[in-house]
Design a protein. Sequence first.
Length: 268
Amino acid sequence: MTLSQVSGKRKAPPRRRHTPRALKEVWRSLRGPLANSHLVKHGLAFLVSGGLRFVGRTNRLVEGSSDLASSMAHDGPAIYAVWHGQHLMYPTLYSKEHPIDVMVSRSDDAELNALVLEQFGVGTVRGSGGRSAKRSLEKGGARALIALKKSLDAGRSVAMVADIPNGTPRDAGLGIVTLARISGRPIFPAAYASSRRKVIERSWDKMTISLPFGRSAMVIGDPIHVPANADESQMERLRHAVTQALDAVTSQAHALADAKPAAKGASA
């Protein structure tokens, strides 16, 4: 027999905590304006860029890494190809001495990416290319490619994420190959990796977030040239070549970053 039965009183059920309906309505009314607020977006971009700088400064580049600034000075203007999900730290590696423009998706979600790049002094071109010419036109890809060609003609290097947003990850699209054909500039596959990282497994591109206080590596591969008269079959072969080259430098970057440093005083 319980104490409540002895006393003749029924034990009150635990009270559930409910968010007042009025507060929910207030949040719903504010959520949209906050998401579209330029002040909020710029504030988030400032915080994200600060976090990236902190991570970059606490992840030293290991011996054997490529020097992006030297590459841009020696080989530029050039087209640097990277994979989706592996691109977050690249703004920290760019040198202001060698200007670069980056292609960013036209989606609303990508606007924050563009604002973060601006914090690093990186130029942006909005657009994205699909597997086919029709899809590329629908996404503003043609206009973006023309804008990127103008950047290259003006002596600025450009960077593009080679795989198509929400498409097949780690499979280069034709957009970057088309840009190389119309501009006459080479494609350099590039990859960055850090020893301490968090992979978002549920994301379509396996987004990788580098963590502070580790080691990092940057690898730039050999240039890929696209002839101005390349036909459809050549373009497809070169698209595969970009995919294979990006996979190769990605593996090399991870191998460098994950290798345990030699103990001090160890003989060669």
